[in-house]
Design a protein around this ligand. Structure first.
Ligand SMILES: [Zn+2]
Length: 442
């Protein structure tokens, strides 16, 4: 029988282990000679969901087994989750779904919705109707949404690969000993076939996380071959316990389908809006840049945060009238501002003229003069020279920014965000071939 196994984000704040559980199961299944019908999948869902409702990263394993092996496989999955996730931690509510045969249309629909929406767990349970499925929850049922969505998300359109290497238990929690220079070199040798290894603008290595989780590093790329090649180019000063190649929706913009354009604004959902800049952007404390967008008949607040780096400077260079398309997530950032589009991507379609109206300059010292009063002309505050005749000056400023597509600095990009280097390399379909070559550690 075909069997699809979905496991929701079993991570707690203290350390992730969802993909690690998948890696353990890959090894267990391989030793038993179980046939994989796909690489294990990492599925990212709506990234704007508040943490407490969970379910934004899940894994799926897809195998072909003898009917007689089902009991054993089920037991192995449950035991591996129970032994390896932090059931005792608050807000860890892992969920497992085993679906026999092919995922139904209901399951596929749910997984599409979970990319752009907030799906209640009851809907996930209902989606399993008419499936030969087993659902297991530890704690609340919140994890079911991710587990069912992972099963239903076949990654049949665009997709990428990620090789994830794991640390030995004794090293977890300690600094990761990944040689920086070798990462920079690997990035130079494998880009654009790999992506988001290194943020040269901020001189930051992006392949290694920082938490206490078992992940040592993850290399993202277009093919299984290139992520293995890139991995071998990295010098490590600590042993690798195991590694696995996942097929994922990382870097595909799966959460920003074109159909979302101008579909309205809802809290904690992604959004794509076209419109014109309404007011000159303002820089607020902390270096964040806000501006107001006129979309249809409403005014929408948009934000580019400090870590987005050069991106926020482009946003700061917008002026009223500029035609733009904004991509992002709608969040209630604080109590004073209305729901705001936190920008993930910006297309500047057309620049308008940047016109400034200034008081005339003093003919003696060159300083801008002050208005004396309505219709009474200007006076220089420095040399007291008056001038009743000169009109205000209209200045056309040179625009610094150019039309085009802009993304935040790499360090501030989301897992799902399609990096600039991937444009033009999108895949159209998955040929449904089982994994070949060496795709996990022996
Ligand atoms: Zn003067």
């Amino acid at each position: 029988m075909k069997l699809h196994i979905g496991i929701d984000d079993t991570d707690s704040i203290k350390g992730g282990c969802t993909t690690y559980i998948a890696a353990l199961l890959v090894d267990k299944f391989s030793q038993l000679g179980i046939e994989f019908t796909d690489y294990p999948n990492i599925i990212r869902l709506n990234p704007n969901i508040p943490f407490k409702t969970r379910g934004n990263a899940a894994v799926a394993l897809r195998v072909q087994i003898a009917d007689s092996a089902y009991e054993y496989v089920q037991e192995a999955v449950l035991r591996t989750v129970e032994d390896n996730c932090r059931l005792q931690d608050e807000r860890t509510d892992p969920a497992i779904v085993l679906v026999q045969g092919s995922p139904t249309g209901r399951i596929k629909r749910l997984s599409r919705e979970a990319l752009t929406d907030i799906v209640p767990p009851q809907r996930a349970i209902r989606a399993l109707k008419h499936s030969n499925a087993l659902a297991v929850c530890y704690g609340s049922a919140l994890g079911l949404v991710g587990a069912v969505s992972a099963v239903g998300q076949g990654l049949n359109g665009d997709y990428t690969f990620e090789l994830v290497a794991y640390r030995e238990p004794r090293n977890r929690g300690k600094p990761r000993l990944v040689d920086r220079a070798s990462v920079v070199r690997m990035d130079g040798m494998t880009t654009p076939e790999t992506f988001n290894n290194y943020d040269s603008d901020n001189r930051r290595v992006l392949i290694a996380p920082h938490g206490p989780d078992p992940v040592l590093l993850g290399v993202r790329g277009e093919t299984p071959d290139v992520v293995v090649r890139a991995f071998r180019l990295i010098r490590l000063r600590e042993p690798v316990e195991r590694w696995v190649i996942f097929r994922t929706n990382h870097g595909t913009d799966a959460h920003l389908p074109n159909t979302m354009l101008n579909q309205g604004i809802e809290l904690d959902r992604p959004v794509i809006l076209s419109g014109r800049v309404f007011e000159r952007p303002e820089r607020i404390a902390g270096g964040h840049v806000f501006f107001k967008l006129k979309h249809k008949n409403s005014i929408v607040q948009c934000a580019a945060f400090e870590p987005t780096g050069r991106f926020k400077e482009v946003v700061a260079g917008l002026v009223p009238g500029d035609e733009v398309m904004v991509f992002g997530g709608v969040k209630q950032n604080d109590r004073v501002h209305p729901p705001t589009v936190n920008l993930e991507k910006l297309i500047i379609r057309r620049l308008s003229d940047d016109i400034a109206i200034e008081n005339p300059k003093c003919s003696r010292c060159g300083k801008h003069m002050k208005s004396v009063g309505e219709g009474q002309g200007f006076r220089c505050v420095r040399c007291k020279l008056g001038n009743s005749y000169q009109p205000k000056q209209v200045l056309m400023k040179t625009r610094v920014i150019r039309p085009g597509l802009y993304l935040p600095d790499k360090r501030a990009q989301r897992h799902l965000t399609k990096p600039l280097s991937r444009y033009g390399f999108e895949k159209r379909r998955w040929s449904k071939e089982p994994p070949t070559g060496t795709w996990h550690s022996p």
